[in-house]
Design a protein around this ligand. Sequence first.
Ligand code: MTE
Length: 312
Amino acid sequence: MLIRPPNDILSSEITPHEVYRERRRFMQGMGVLAAGAALGVAADVEAGVRLAGVRGSAYTLNEAKTPYKSVTTYNNFYEFGTGKSDPAENAGGLNTRPWTVAVEGEVNKPGVYDMDMLLKLAPLEERVYRMRCVEGWSMVIPWVGFPLHELIRRANPTGNARYVEFVTLHDPGQMPGQRSRVLDWPYVEGLRMDEAMNPLTLLAVGLYGEVLPNQNGAPIRLVVPWKYGFKSAKSIVRIRFVEKQPLTAWMKATPSEYGFYSNVNPQVDHPRWSQARERRIGEFFKRDTLMFNGYGAQVAQMYRGMDLKRYF
Ligand code: MTE
C-alpha cells in the first residue's frame, strides 16, 4: 500500500478453480502434498481441505466470483513481503496449529480460544462478498466463516467497550516480512463496537468451501466488506475490547493517507489513488466504485450525521 502495485495480473494467468483443484488432486496422488504431513501439518487443517458442514447464506451476489487462483496468488500480506505474489510464495511456512486467539480487555468473559473451539463456536456459513482494495482493484470472494457478533456475545463486553482492536501474529521467524520496517509490527486494525457487531462483519476461516490458505490470513481473519481491504486483518491472535479508538498500523505509518473508518467511498480519494473507479481482477474495463462497496443498505445508518470527508 505504501508501494505502487504492479499492473493487474493478466486474465490469461487465471486458472479456473476446477482446473486448479484437478492439478492439486493429481499432486496429492503423486504424494507431493504428503510432505505437509511429514512436517507435522495436520491434514484436516491444511489449506485446500474442504470444510465440513458449511451452510449457504442469504449473502450471495449476482456477480462472477474471482477465480480461486487469483484470490490466492494476488494478495497483500506484508508479513510475507510487499509484492502481490510474495504471500503465496512465502507464507507456506506459517504454522497455523496450534493457534489461539485471546479475547480480552473490556469484557466480562475474557478467554483464550483455540482454533478447534472457534470452528465450533457457531455454524460456518458461505458468504460471497465484494472486496475492494484501496489500491483500486476488487474481487468477489466466497468466504467461509461466522459473524464476529457470535464471539462478541460470548465475551459479553462491559459498558466501557467502545472499540475492538484486532492484532495479527508477531513472529519474524515465521513471518519474514516482519524483519523489515515497512510497518510497525504487529499489524493492528480496529472497528467501532457497532461496526464489529454489524451482521456483515465476518471472522473467516475458509474460502471456496476450503480451509483458508495461509496467504489469505489463515487460520482466522477478519472480513469487513464495506471497508477497504486493509481493515480485514489476517492471522489474528488477539481481539481486545477497548474504550479508546485503536491506533491502527496504517494510521501509525501514514496518518495523512489512512483514517480509522476507511469506508469505501468513491467521493473521497486517497492522496495517491482515485477511489471513483476500480478494476475487478480478471476484467479489462474499470467499473464505478459503489458507496460502502454496495453495502449501504446494511451499514449507512451507522454513519448518519458524520462528515465522511473528515472521518475517512
Ligand atoms: N493483514 C495483515 N496482517 N497484514 C497485511 O499486510 N493486508 C491488508 C488486509 N489484511 C494485510 C492484512 C490488505 S491491504 C488487503 S487488500 C487484504 O488484507 C487482502 O486480503 P486478501 O489477500 O485475502 O485478498
